[in-house]
Design a protein around this ligand. Structure first.
Ligand code: GDP
Ligand code: IMO
Ligand code: MG
Length: 421
């Protein structure tokens, strides 16, 4: 039995989707356990190009059964659309995708409130994906949530009615339009009918799988520094994004997690507000252009920065990362010099990420090391030995800083564009 958790070691979008897609070859179960459709995971394989938000990215492996744990929050319309998209692409999920009835539903008022809060905060806004994530998790922990299980138990109508009354008052106070109970009830009843065949309590399935020595691949959404507790609060997301979330979010005891794969982008990106210590601020510079990315969920332009080793080092410690997958090394080709942040200082003294808060992080002095770049196009390289010497040195710096081996290196977005060591 192996239980492998795949986690992002930066601010999300490290390339987790691609990594989960290729690791799924060996998995019996592929699972999501946190977040919701704020996640956007890109998978490029023989079925096509996909931006996946809720279904585990490992679903393309026909041997694997997909699980969506109770820790995930679900926008039913997005899930239905995603299942249909997969069917159209020839990826059947019937009988091999199971959703926990414990998972909470994103309701129309969650999305409305997400937007109203963001607007009220003005310049202090979080820059959320506006998918209702903060409000749905707030309802979950304040006992106001609506779960799939509420349809079967008959609690749905009463709980919804109560919430609509409550939320309409808040929405009105913030200047929004009142919602209709009847309309939402009917729409969500329709969603339930479509999702019902996929609902199944996962407890016995997971426990039996562990007992039968099955291989589990757990796909985290978002990244370590968007974690509610350990991220750059308040510029974070509303769920736990470190591997321990798999315990509550899927029902896997922590001691069963055998491997933690840390996905690390060869540079750094961030979407939304909050500190990005190594940020490249000149948006007209060639390097900004080279690192440029468009967000998979919202289509926003991602902020970019140099590789920050203090960030990756902290993630490796916090999540107990046992092996690293370095992605997008190909994107660095053609730069004469590369900057790598080796650590922070405050008042001339070394300081760790965890010693300062999000506002303090804006003021730390970054210590940079300049590394010679390489000109070769490495997209066709499939063995570590064939990499240019300076690219090898770049990989070694990451291993030395974290004490964790880099086991895979991404040299392109496609599944096969990967160096395995
Ligand atoms: P995720 O949220 O962690 O799954 O990452 P995203 O899919 O949001 O963003 C990662 C982006 O990098 C996507 O456009 C991927 O197709 C792309 N990508 C992943 N790995 C590599 C790689 O090794 N090289 C290149 N050039 N692109 C990659
Ligand atoms: P994946 O799984 C990058 C960011 C948002 C915002 C903050 C809070 O694709 O790596 P939210 O909508 O969650 O309330 O927004 O978190 N964020 C992500 N950034 N990748 C993600 O997911 C993200 N999910 C949320 O941009 O700054
Ligand atoms: Mg993403």
């Amino acid at each position: 039995m192996t239980v492998t958790a795949v986690v992002g070691s930066q601010w999300g979008d490290e390339g987790k989707g691609k990594v989960v897609d290729f690791l799924a070859e060996q998995a019996d179960y592929v699972a999501r356990f946190n977040g919701g459709n704020n996640a956007g995971h890109t998978v490029i394989n023989e079925f096509g190009t996909f931006k996946i938000h809720l279904v585990p990215s490992g679903i393309f492996a026909q041997n694997a059964v997909g699980l969506i744990g109770g820790g995930v929050v679900i926008d039913p319309a997005v899930l239905i659309e995603e299942i249909e998209m997969l069917h159209k692409a020839g990826v059947g999920v019937d009988g091999r995708l199971w959703i926990s009835p414990r998972s909470h539903l994103i309701m129309p008022y969650h999305k409305i409130l997400d937007g109203l809060y963001e607007e009220a905060k003005g310049a202090g806004a979080t820059g959320t994906t506006r998918r209702g994530i903060g409000p749905v998790f707030a309802d979950k922990v304040s006992y106001n949530g609506i779960r799939w299980t509420d349809f079967a138990s008959g609690a749905f109508e009463t709980r919804l009615k109560m919430q609509i009354e409550l939320k309409n008052k808040i929405i009105a106070a913030l200047g929004g339009e009142a919602l209709s109970y009847d309309e939402i009830r009917d729409t969500y009843r329709g969603y339930y009918e479509k999702i019902k065949p996929y609902l199944r309590e996962l407890f016995s399935l997971v426990q039996d799988g562990l007992k039968a020595d099955k291989n589990f691949l757990l796909e985290q959404a978002m990244g370590t520094f968007l974690d509610t507790d350990w991220g750059t609060y308040p510029f974070v997301t509303a769920s736990t994004t470190i591997p321990s979330a798999a315990s509550a979010g899927l029902g896997i005891p922590p001691r069963y997690i055998t491997t933690v794969v840390g996905v690390t982008k060869a540079y750094t990106t961030r979407v939304g507000a909050g500190p990005l210590p190594t940020e490249i601020l000149d948006t007209t510079s060639a390097v900004y252009e080279q690192f440029g990315e468009v967000a998979a969920t919202t289509g926003r332009i991602r902020r970019v920065g140099w590789l920050d080793l203090e960030i990756v080092r902290t993630a490796a410690q916090l999540s107990g990362i046992t092996e690293l997958c370095l992605t997008k090394l190909d994107v660095l080709s053609g730069l004469d010099d590369l900057q790598v942040c080796t650590g922070y200082k405050l008042n001339g003294e070394p300081v760790r990420y965890a010693d300062v808060d999000a506002y303090g992080l804006e003021n730390v002095e970054k210590v940079y090391q300049t590394i010679n770049g390489w000109n070769e196009d490495i997209r066709g390289v499939r063995s570590f030995e064939q990499l240019p010497e300076n690219a090898k040195a770049y990989v070694k710096i990451i291993e030395d800083a974290t004490g964790v081996p880099v086991k895979w290196i991404g040299v392109g977005p496609e599944r096969e564009a990967t160096i395995r060591r």
